[in-house]
Design a protein around this ligand. Structure first.
Ligand code: ARG
Ligand code: GLU
Length: 706
């Protein structure tokens, strides 16, 4: 029996109002495509059925899509478990295996035999086995009268029960998530593989060509891919890393398109989008745009400036901070684009218009007409505290690494007997592998200054009493958290039950007091109001769909679960009188090429291949297409997602959105929002012609009929 076909109430309302308007907005649940999207997808050119994409009974496309490490998407491209994902998704692994002597970041890495594939401790690949609507089971007996906090706790209990029952006597796991703010619940049964090995990665000059200047931008020329492989035990089941494990045989893998891509072609992105907030009220959007984003941007600018100064001075620091830098700079830039986009789309005004339309429609209904004023009240009530939380989290917890580590110890000691010392030890190892004291100290002074200025009402004693310069000097000369040896020594005292030393450590004292201030004075105010906001939002979205069903398109916000987006290969007009085409070429990459430049250099071998136009079978009409733009609605987490054509063949790998689309997590505009993918034929070109790893192509299935 296929229980997954059961459709939830809200989805049913959407179905009844079935919109056959052609617009690409939306991230859809794979098991509901039949009811909601199949006709629209076919009208756009899709030659498959919904059952070809998601099926519980037979192998379908979903069996070739994985959550890569829980933060990106990947796809299986051979019957030997070969994974394709982005370079930036595999980057932590590339960096983990790199050193000044074996610099895979700069030179790339290719395993020439299975023996050379590198184990990646902690890296996982997760498949979705099936999806089920569990709304009735989760909400059964949950009373509307209890407080939101109690309700959430009861729901968590229910989730644990329902999930445990579903995976009883299997090696599967489950994920149960709320949809439409908890109006519905869906369960995803998952299978997670733990032996995932690194197979190949191009040099960063290809995999991250254009770096920060080109990030979030179209036109783009980045070969943003890397290769991994899933290993399983002799029964083809998940197992911990073992030399006896063998390459995994999947239920499905993507055939690879060798046809020429055309503007207007149907495209589909299948992956794990992380988080969107399409139904935020105007009050929330205002807060995000005017307070939260500017705060985050200012803090990250300080960190990135200081880090890059030191990364330029030393190769060792450059390698240590490479992945951390890429991670921080990515959203630093995105938030700026997002704010521009919100202004440009006039999102605030449009939200207010919708809220007015809603208010008119529900006027006279005592319960519903209070929803928006109540939401407003709770958003205003947390303004100061959400900002303080942001400052604490960005500037202290993830800004000053000395305090990050100190805080890990604060949390560890709070856990008491439940604390896991092995976990802490491996955290310490990882922390110091990528830590540079001088670089961190450089960041500490301006960030503590900023904390004092912005979080005036939440100051720890040291910041009230000491000059910040003096405090920083004291922290970086006297704290044990400045070196691995001293930290481990401190830990050995703690293991013996002696905590007097740590309690005198200046970084610990500071982190401890800041954590207390956060837990007592900031977090409770946020939590209390956010519970209320959650409850009101649940009622609001339901009422919105019921009362204004045609006002906009409704679909559940991204929440890290498997989704399908679809659209076409398409350019756009970024501004007045400017038109962007949907394909970029090697010629265009050469226009950007700057020898020895940090961002736009290319390896000599690439120049040679270009000179001889040695593109092998990967060219189209004499050009090698590098990237393409399409109108699929995507977000963070969709990186590495397969871009699939009308027949289910792989045409590319999603890795970014254009600058003008970065607000699409909050407000989507079909005329300008574009996702960016790297052409699969360029990926094959790099593997084959550039890296000489053509043997990998032999295990793939290339198809040349459309
Ligand atoms: N913006 C893309 C994403 O959100 C790519 C990030 C990696 N590239 C970079 N230059 N940092 O993840
Ligand atoms: N690069 C993003 C990721 O890592 C995808 C781009 C986006 O946010 O759309 O998932």
């Amino acid at each position: 029996m296929n229980h997954s076909g059961k459709i939830g109430f809200i989805f049913l309302v959407l179905f009844l109002h079935s919109f056959c308007v052609f617009s690409e907005e939306g991230m859809w649940l794979p098991h509901l495509l039949k009811q909601l999207n199949e006709a629209d997808m076919q009208a756009k050119g899709m030659k498959m059925t919904a059952e070809d994409i998601y099926s519980v009974n037979k192998g379908s496309l979903k069996d070739a899509v994985i959550s890569f490490g829980g933060f990106c998407t990947g796809e299986i491209i051979s019957n030997q478990g070969l994974i394709l994902t982005n370079h930036h998704c595999g980057f932590r692994q590339i960096q983990y295996h790199s050193s000044v002597e074996k610099d895979y970041i700069t030179h790339g890495f290719w395993a020439m035999t299975p023996n050379e594939e590198l184990p990646c401790p902690g890296l996982t690949a997760t498949f979705i086995v099936r999806i089920e609507n569990v709304t009735d089971k989760i909400l059964e007996g949950i009373l509307g009268t209890t407080s939101e906090e109690v309700r959430q706790a009861n729901i968590q209990k229910k989730i644990a029960e329902v999930g445990a029952e579903a995976i009883k006597n299997t090696h599967y796991d489950y994920v149960i998530r709320p949809f439409f703010y908890g109006n519905e619940y869906y369960m995803f049964i998952t299978e997670t593989f733990k032996d995932v090995r690194m197979v190949g990665a191009p040099p960063s000059s290809i995999g991250n060509f254009g770096k920060d200047s080109d990030n979030w931008m179209w036109p783009r020329h980045t070969g943003d891919f890397s290769l991994f492989r899933i290993y399983a035990n002799a029964e083809n089941k998940p197992a911990e890393y073992a030399t006896t494990n063998v390459p995994f045989t999947p239920r499905h893998f993507f055939p690879i398109n060798m046809e020429t891509l055309k503007e207007g072609d149907f495209t589909m992105v299948f992956g794990f989008p992380g988080r969107t907030q399409q139904y935020l009220t105007s009050y929330a959007v205002k807060q995000l745009k005017e307070n939260i984003n500017p705060t985050r941007i200012e803090i990250r600018k300080i960190i990135l400036d200081k880090w890059s100064e030191n990364m330029r001075l030393s190769d060792e620091v450059r390698i240590k901070y490479a992945a951390k830098y890429a991670g921080k700079s990515n959203y630093y830039k995105k938030w700026q684009g997002e704010n521009n986009g919100l202004v440009r789309l006039n999102t605030l005004v449009k939200k207010i218009e919708m809220e007015n339309a809603f208010a008119n429609k529900v006027a006279g209904n005592k319960e519903l007409e209070k929803l928006l004023p109540d939401l407003k009240e709770h958003y205003l009530a947390i303004e100061k505290h959400t900002l303080a939380r942001e400052v604490y989290s960005e500037a202290i917890l993830s800004g000053i690494e000395l305090l990050t580590l100190s805080n890990v110890f604060v949390q560890y000691l709070q856990l008491g007997p439940k604390a896991d010392i092995q976990k802490l030890k491996s955290y310490i190892e990882k922390h110091f592998k990528d830590f540079d004291l001088k670089t961190d100290k450089k960041v500490a002074l301006p960030l503590l200054n900023l904390y004092s200025k912005w979080n005036k009402d939440f100051l720890p004693t040291a910041l009230k009493q000491k000059k910040i310069e003096l405090l920083v000097n004291e922290l970086y000369t006297q704290s044990a958290f400045t070196s691995k040896e001293k930290t481990l020594k401190l830990l050995s005292h703690i293991e013996k039950g002696n905590t007097s030393k740590i309690k005198k450590d200046p970084a610990y004292i500071l982190a401890f007091e800041m954590a207390n201030i956060y837990q007592n004075n900031i977090q409770p105010v946020c939590n209390q109001n956010e519970y209320k906001i959650e409850l009101l939002s649940r009622k609001y979205i339901k009422a919105l769909i019921e009362n204004l069903p045609d006002y906009r398109k409704y679909y559940p916000d991204a929440n890290g679960t498997l989704r399908v987006s679809y659209g076409i290969i398409d350019g756009y007009e970024p501004r007045d009188a400017v038109q962007y085409l949907p394909f970029t070429t090697f010629d265009g990459m050469m226009e950007k090429y700057i020898p020895n430049n940090e961002e736009f250099d290319l390896p000599p071998k690439m120049l040679e291949l270009y000179q001889h136009k040695d593109y092998g079978p990967y060219a189209d009409n004499g050009q090698l297409i590098i990237c393409f733009a399409a109108s699929n609605h995507t977000t963070g987490g969709n990186s590495g997602s397969p871009i699939i054509n009308a027949k289910g063949h792989l045409i590319g790998l999603n890795f970014d959105r254009s600058w003008e689309s970065t607000m699409s997590d909050i407000a989507y505009d079909a005329t300008i929002c574009r996702n960016i993918g790297v052409n699969i034929k360029y990926v094959l070109f790099v593997i084959d012609k550039f890296a000489g790893a053509g043997y990998l192509i032999n295990e793939m299935k290339l198809v040349k009929e459309n």
